[in-house]
Ligand binder design. Sequence first.
Ligand code: ATP
Length: 265
Amino acid sequence: NPTANILEVDHLSMRFGGIVAVKDLSFTAKRGDITALIGPNGAGKTTVFNCITGFYKPTTGMIRMIHGDSREFLLERLFDFRISKLAKVARTFQNIRLFAGMTALENLMVAQHNGLMRASGYTFLGLIGSPGFRSAERSAIDRARYWLDRIGLLARADEAAGNLPYGDQRRLEIARAMCSRPALLCLDEPAAGLNAREGEALSELLRLIRNEHDTSILLIEHDMSVVMQISDRIIVLDYGVKISEGTPQMIRDDPKVIAAYLGTD
Ligand code: ATP
């Protein structure tokens, strides 16, 4: 069902002592959509990501991840490593978290380490010799090279990630997340610090992920040209509360959103 929900956030609240960072928030993201979370600094967007990916246990509320085969996971009950492995949710962070001293290719191989360990049967002999391991390694390399090619870095596969231009590093992080073949990709401000040309390359990459891979995207972003261009649906937070949701056109024209966030320019 192409219009089905992949993520349902239901009455989510997150409190830190006296601060209510997210307050009774409900929203859904549809399978195959790019859904954006926008709002002023401190509105609670990253906190929502931290609840979805198991970094925080929500104070109250439910977060349901629904797969195409109708398997469901209640994310608020799972540890972060199970959320990534079982529920197939991947994320990137506001700050770059690559292994700077490893090559671009190695960064993408590390992301597939779990699959390779499984293929080896978790034994040393399996690691060095088993046919299962060798074919898993082959497809891991192929997948890594596919994503390097998509972000225009195939020729620089053997360069240290830390030496790449900033915009390339940001897209390498997304490529790394895609190597774990997520059903839902959560991106925390991927356009931050990018110039116009790099922002365009990012938008293209996100469209490719949405259109050619079975991955839905949840996007936190302040760059409105990126958000308005690529989002199917936008949810607006202010002080931890949802103040609006709708298509880019609806959000652009909503007086509440203009007053709280977009301004009049
Ligand atoms: P930005 O656009 O600046 O990234 P945001 O919308 O992502 O902002 P959050 O980072 O989720 O906002 O922060 C929401 C509120 O929750 C802020 O008041 C913040 O100080 C608070 N907060 C977030 N994490 C914690 C924490 N671990 N402990 C205490 N307060 C926190």
